[in-house]
Design a protein around this ligand. Structure first.
Ligand SMILES: Nc1ncnc2c1ncn2[C@@H]1O[C@H](COP(=O)(O)OP(=O)(O)OP(=O)(O)O)[C@@H](O)[C@H]1O
Ligand SMILES: [Mg+2]
Length: 248
């Protein structure tokens, strides 16, 4: 096991029915860095991310997360283990019937023994760190803009001080300016937590933002990892599939 990695895939293959979705995946995601998974639609990016969470188990091979072989954990152990992750998905997925404040408080109420005062302090600090005002904290998700909902989603993802943040297309549906503010926020969040080995893993279609904000890039095609490089090397890659992707 390599302790420079927070996630390691070893000979991971995933088969659904007759379809091979992931083909012998072998690579590690650097601890403390921002890694983006790129690739055309259907390449297997979300499936790969679900393996990191133990939501999907490999047909063959092992997935090692924070030193644990997670495909060997029981459902109960997995549930506990998932506290290590923060997740932000495509459609922020906030609870519609809860205010921003209560959305962020939810994991704290669910998983910790914090009292009301501690919860208030923690939630207001998290909302402040993502640029949500105390006034907006009282509003329902339907009363916020798309960009604000992403911010609240990010604050909720950070509530339990995760070691790994996972973002699956966190900026889809946002305009280019808001997209950049969300990326700035992801980077600021990363920097603030970097000292404790915090790892950010992003699935993105946005090539410009990816090149600007990532440390490493994993490029997937048809269930394979075609390249895994630092950004500088990625830009210079002569792989024709990547050239085609970069020139789109
Ligand atoms: N539960 C499942 N059962 C059967 N096939 C699945 C399942 N989940 C995903 N697939 C298939 O696996 C392939 C990869 O899907 P995945 O969602 O990982 O792609 P992706 O790279 O995230 O694509 P996108 O960019 O469109 O989100 C697709 O062909 C999809 O239809
Ligand atoms: Mg996907």
């Amino acid at each position: 096991m390599n302790s420079d990695y927070s996630v390691e895939f070893r000979n991971v293959t995933k088969i659904y029915g007759d379809s091979i979705i992931l083909r012998n995946i072998n690579f590690g995601i650097q601890k403390g860095k921002i890694t983006t998974i790129l690739g055309f639609s259907g390449a297997g990016k979300t499936t790969l991310m679900k393996h990191i969470l133990g939501l999907v188990m490999p047909t063959e091979g092992d997935v090692i997360v924070l030193g644990q072989m997670i495909n060997h954990l029981s459902e109960l152990e997995l549930r506990e283990f998932r506290r290590n992750f923060g997740m932000v998905f495509q459609y922020a997925a906030l609870f519609d019937f809860l205010s921003s404040f209560e959305n962020v408080a939810f994991p704290l109420r669910e998983f910790t023994k914090m009292n009301e005062e501690e919860i208030t302090q923690k939630v207001m600090g998290l909302l402040d760190s993502v640029g949500i005002s105390p006034e907006a904290a009282k509003r329902l998700p339907s009363e916020l803009s798309g960009g604000m909902r992403k911010r609240v989603g990010l604050a909720r993802g950070l509530a339990l001080d995760p070691h790994i943040m996972l973002y699956d297309e966190p900026t889809s549906g946002l305009d280019p300016i808001t997209t950049h503010t969300v990326y700035d926020l992801m980077r600021d969040t990363h920097r603030r937590n970097e000292h404790r080995g915090f790892t950010s893993i992003i699935i993105s279609h946005d090539i410009h933002a990816t090149l600007k904000y990532s440390d490493y890039i994993v490029f997937m095609e048809q269930g394979r990892v075609v390249e895994h490089l630092d950004v500088k090397s990625f830009i210079k890659s002569e792989n024709p599939i990547i050239r085609r992707f970069l020139e789109l």
